[in-house]
Structure formats: C-alpha cells, structure tokens
Design a protein around this ligand. Structure first.
Ligand SMILES: [Zn+2]
Length: 256
C-alpha cells in the first residue's frame, strides 16, 4: 500500500495531471446499481470512503475500504480500496470459488487473501501509453496469495509450479473458476506480467469475458468440473445463475 501510494503521488500526478475526461458513464451506473442492490453492507470490515476523484479520471464515486470479506471471516491484506461491484464480487468469489476449492483441496477454509494491488492510477501493465487499467477505477484486484486456517501460506508465485499437489490444485481451481465471477481473469499462464498473481476485474466487456486464469482443460474444464461435482456448490445461492453463464470468451484487447 505504501509503495502504491508513493507511486501514485510521484507518478500519476505528472503522468495524468492533464488527463481529464470524466469517467465512463457505465462505471458510475454500475456503482449506483450495486449500492441500491444492498449487496454490500457497511461493517467494521467494509467502510465507505468519500469519492476518489483523480488524478485525471481515476477513482470511483462511492468506493469502499475493505479489510475483510464474508463478514470478516476472511481478512483482506492489505486493505483494498475498491468500488461497490468489486466489493460484492469479492464476497461472491470467496464463497463460490475460493472456499469450495480450499475445502476440496485442504479440508479447511482460506482465512486471508493477500493482495499485491487494488487501486492504482495507471495504464494497463503500467505502460506509458495505452488504455487505463481497471485498477485506476477501483475495479480490479491483484491477488498474490492465500492463508489457510491452519496457517499454511500459498503464494501464486511459488505455488503455481509447486510440487505440492494440494497447492497446485487449489490455485488451478481458483484460476479456472474465477471467471464465473469476474469479467477478466489473468494468471501465471496468461502472460509475463502475471507470474505472481491473479488479476481479477469487472471490466465492461461487450465482446465477452477474457479469462486466462489457469490451464485450459480442453476448453471444457470449468463446466465439466462443475457438472461433475456440484456438491461444493450445494449451499450456494449463486450457483444456479452462475451455471448459466457462457464459457469464458477470448478477447485480444485484454485489460490488466
Ligand atoms: Zn491487475
């Protein structure tokens, strides 16, 4: 967080100080719809922030400071600065994707998510030119690792090609299934910029989802997994709706 904040202060003010169009209308609309839905509840772990406005058009209208998900059962470290849709999706993701994978592979829940980045006023992959990153609009997270109830730590960087079957399986399942919740998922098999984290965001993708979170298992891994083992989703109120979503699409104009 400190590194991000100092980069923001020293980097973005200069880079984006004169970059001043308004944020796209869909962003504010998505926030409004999320707030009205009641999906995000203010608590000790989810605190509303005032509008993050700039530099440039970076920020969000009604962001949240999120230090815990699932009513505080899962710590978010460091605290994430994200918009309402990402706050809601974080709960959905943990409940429907991460915890089922944790129980399946480790027989215990994840109690902490380790972030590498949340809000960051920058362009995709930190490039000098090109599209702004979803991180710039508090609409993305970079997940670097997970901590389990017994204290086991898994990092994406060391775990992705680990010899530990439970670790590898857990990360692959999370990579595969995160596309149920998010519109963009990029993991270590995605590209060189994602060797140590999963990038997850809620970009507005008219052309379909972009997901390169994990290994593609013959193109049907996700759905066959779900079809073959629905028991993990038995208690999930989201399962029916999620199962109807199409398989991940491919869009060369990916965001990070
Ligand atoms: Zn990212």
């Amino acid at each position: 967080m400190l590194i991000g904040a100092s980069l923001l202060l020293t980097g973005c003010a200069g880079l984006f100080g004169s970059f001043g169009p308004a944020r796209q209308a869909w962003r504010g609309a998505a926030e409004k719809q999320c707030l009205a839905s009641g999906r995000v509840k203010v608590s000790a772990y989810v605190q509303p922030m005032s509008e993050m406005d700039g530099p440039g058009n970076c920020g969000a209208d009604n962001p949240f400071r999120v230090s815990g998900a699932l009513d505080g059962q899962v710590g978010i470290r460091p605290t994430a600065n994200i918009n309402c849709p990402m706050t809601a999706a974080l709960d959905d993701w943990l409940y429907n994707v991460v915890e089922p994978a944790a129980m399946q592979t480790h027989g215990q829940p994840v109690v902490e998510v380790k972030l590498l980045s949340s809000y960051s006023c920058r362009r995709i992959n930190g490039a000098a030119s090109g599209s702004m990153s979803e991180h710039a609009y508090m609409n993305a997270l970079d997940v670097g690792g997970f901590k389990f109830a017994d204290g086991k730590d898994i990092s994406v960087k060391n775990g992705w090609r680990s010899q530990d079957l439970a670790t590898v399986t857990f990360l692959q399942e999370v990579g595969d299934r995160s596309c149920l919740i998010f519109n963009t998922v990029i993991g270590p098999d995605g590209d060189i910029h994602h060797q140590d984290h999963f990038h997850i965001d809620l970009a507005n993708r008219r052309s379909g989802k972009y997901c390169k979170g994990g290994p593609v298992r013959g193109g049907t891994g996700l759905m066959s997994y779900m079809g073959g083992d629905k028991s993990f989703f038995r208690n999930s109120p989201f399962f029916g709706a999620l199962a109807d979503k199409p398989l991940p699409g491919h869009d060369p104009n990916h965001d990070d």
